[in-house]
Design a protein around this ligand. Structure first.
Ligand SMILES: [Zn+2]
Length: 401
């Protein structure tokens, strides 16, 4: 029986991952596997037809309802434009990352939802409430990550429950997999997680680091691979985000390469980019000292945005497709509109908009569609700017002193 042999392979993959040996860090960036070629027996074909009915193909999406952006090697944005300050009073620029940070560090955790981990994640949540954590879970009942009580405990910490696939399928599990079976792997967690948490998962961590990206793209805004290098901000492969499990082996390089133009990781500099780090349980040993030494200082200075991969995927794709237009520019009021190509049901993270304001503004109040949003004044080289948090497609934003 095809499904049984696939389950056996999935179980093997799981047992290696629970020992913390996620085998795919040396893998190439995510590539979809070949579709199934083998002929199904009549019994299998019947089963497959049932699955195809339950998890049908979905119609393609178009702007402004995109769920994710296609893979590209051409830059989608010019990062220098987003890092620059607006020139004239009334000019506005979308910041490269939230809070006008230069680089982003995004976290996910896989395969670690049993009691001992909950204790350690509780300590993490108490110590770093502003960071959060996206816990990626398998939803098949027979897998221990599918323990919904533990999901509820993680949710209560303010953490996210995201998808790790239904049965931890990944590299090595795909042979003979039909499209319907692949759809179940990614669609079932959406239903099951939403049932428990009240929220659809938005991101996927591929089991064992690679998966069927074309199918996953129908259900998630982003998916995480395990290829262990940072990501260029202009060409993030949102359905195959490179990520590493070894952040604490060399935090200096993985962080500094985002924040200066010299530091290289495997021969390449990632200024303005994204480092995705994932864990299987919090690392053993003195990770906390390394965290305090390498991550907290640039985070506190506002240079490094440290958050969940979900937030980064929302921000990045809204930014990459955004249109920002100043609609009013007077001494006492500046207004702008902000739109993007992404589906508003999934993309509700604000973008940080940098606006140069008149030098005599002592305070700033910002309202989007009449509702107050976060804004603050900052100075750069003697000029005054507002940093405003506006959500794309939610109406005009006005700034007043
Ligand atoms: Zn895993």
């Amino acid at each position: 029986m095809k499904y049984l042999s696939i389950l056996a392979t999935a179980a093997l993959a799981l047992s290696s991952s629970v020992q913390g040996v996620h085998a795919a860090d040396e893998a190439k960036p995510n590539t979809p596997p070949e579709p199934a070629k083998r002929e199904l027996t009549p019994e299998e074909a019947k089963e497959d037809a049932e699955l195809a009915k339950k998890y049908p193909k979905l119609p393609p999406r178009t702007a402004p309802k995109l769920l994710n952006l296609p893979h590209t090697t051409e830059p989608r944005i010019d990062i220098e434009e987003h890092l620059a300050w607006p020139k004239e009073i009334g000019d506005a620029v979308i910041a490269l990352w939230h809070g006008n940070a230069t680089g982003a560090l995004a976290f996910t955790s896989d395969d670690n939802h049993w009691a001992s981990d909950i204790t350690r994640w509780t300590q993490f949540a108490e110590k770093y409430p502003e960071i959060g954590m996206a816990h990626c879970v398998n939803t098949n009942e027979s897998m221990r990550e599918g323990d919904k009580e533990n999901w509820r405990k993680l949710l209560a910490l303010g953490h996210e429950i995201q998808s790790h696939g239904h049965r931890h399928w990944g590299k090595g599990n795909f042979e003979g997999v039909t499209e319907a079976d692949g759809r179940r792997e990614y669609a079932a967690p959406v239903e099951i997680i939403e049932e428990v948490t009240g929220k659809k998962p938005r991101i996927l961590a591929y089991g064992s680091g690679s998966g069927m990206a074309d199918i996953a793209a129908d259900y998630y805004i982003a998916a995480r691979s395990t290829y262990g290098v940072p990501n260029d901000a202009a060409t993030i492969s949102y359905m195959g985000i490179a990520s590493n499990t070894n952040l604490f082996l060399n935090p200096t390089a993985f962080i500094n390469t985002l924040l200066d133009r010299e530091t290289k990781v495997f021969g390449k500099n990632y200024y303005g980019g994204l480092t995705s780090a994932h864990f299987h349980g919090l690392p053993k040993g003195d990770w906390e000292a390394l965290f305090e030494e390498h991550i907290v200082p640039p985070m506190k200075e506002g240079k490094l945005w440290v958050t969940t991969l979900t937030n980064v995927a929302m921000y990045g794709q809204s930014r990459d497709t955004a249109k920002l237009k100043v609609t009013k520019n007077t001494a006492k009021e500046i207004a702008f509109t902000l739109t993007d190509d992404m589906d508003d049901d999934y993309f509700d993270h604000p973008l940080t908009i940098k606006v140069r304001v008149p030098a005599d503004w002592k305070t700033v109040t910002a309202k989007q569609n009449g509702k107050e949003v976060k804004a603050k004044l900052v100075e750069n080289e003697g000029k005054k700017f507002a940093l405003v948090e506006a959500i794309p497609d939610r109406g005009e934003t006005t700034l007043t002193p």
